[in-house]
Write a protein that binds this ligand. Structure first.
Ligand SMILES: Cc1cc2nc3c(=O)[nH]c(=O)nc-3n(C[C@H](O)[C@H](O)[C@H](O)COP(=O)(O)O)c2cc1C
Length: 161
C-alpha cells in the first residue's frame, strides 16, 4: 500500500505550468478554476486532456456544456492562479481580469499566454476525478512570455533558484 502523504509529496516533484480552465455556469456566465493536471495528447486530431475533481463547480459545468477553455498563465498572473484555486465564495480579493468569448462561446481569460477552446471528445472516470479529452477547435497565442510554474506545492520561478 502506498502512503498517501508520500505519494502526494512525490507527485509534487513534477514541475508544471499552470492553466485556468474556463467554462460557462448554469446562468451562462464565465467560470474559472486553476488546474495543472493538463497535457497535450496528439497533434492529429489536435487533442489535449485535463483532469477535474468531482467536488469542483467546474466538473458540473463541464459535464453539462461539453466544452471548456484552457488558458496557460504567464508569470505575471500568479495572483489569478491563486484566486481561481479558491472556492468561488472565498474569492474575495478585488482582482482585475477580463474575458473574451471564443467561437464556441467558451470564455477566454484575457492576457493569458495561450488559449485552447475545446469540445469534449471523451471522458474517463477514475476515483474522484474525470479525465476529459478535448478536441482543440480554436487557439490563440499571445507574444511568448515567461510561464507561471508550480513545483513542490508552491509557485515556482526557476530564475530565482
Ligand atoms: C496549482 C494548482 C493546480 C490545481 N490543479 C487542479 C487540477 O488539475 N484539477 C482539479 O480538479 N483541481 C485543481 N486544483 C484545485 C482547484 O483549482 C480548486 O479546487 C478550485 O477551488 C475549484 O474551483 P471550482 O469549484 O469553482 O470549479 C488546483 C489548484 C492549484 C493551486
Amino acid at each position: 500500500m502506498l502512503d498517501n502523504d508520500e505519494f502526494r509529496s512525490a507527485l509534487s516533484q513534477f514541475a508544471t505550468g499552470v492553466t485556468v480552465i474556463t467554462t460557462l455556469d448554469d446562468e451562462g456566465q464565465p467560470h474559472s478554476m486553476t488546474a495543472n493536471a493538463f497535457s497535450s495528447i496528439c497533434l492529429d486530431p489536435p487533442t489535449v486532456m485535463v483532469c477535474i475533481a468531482h467536488g469542483t463547480h467546474t466538473f458540473g459545468y463541464l459535464e453539462k456544456t461539453g466544452r471548456f477553455g484552457v488558458n496557460i498563465l504567464n508569470r505575471e498572473q500568479q495572483d489569478l492562479g491563486a484566486y481561481f484555486a479558491k472556492k468561488p465564495e472565498n474569492r474575495t480579493e478585488d482582482l482585475e481580469y477580463h474575458y473574451s468569448k471564443a467561437e464556441n462561446g467558451v470564455p477566454i481569460l484575457d492576457g493569458s499566454m495561450v488559449f485552447f477552446g475545446c469540445e469534449v471528445l471523451g471522458a474517463h472516470v477514475y476515483g474522484d476525478h474525470t479525465i476529459y479529452v478535448g478536441e482543440v477547435k480554436e487557439m490563440r497565442q499571445n507574444e511568448s512570455g515567461a510561464p507561471l510554474m508550480f513545483f513542490a506545492s508552491r509557485w515556482y520561478n526557476p530564475s530565482e533558484e
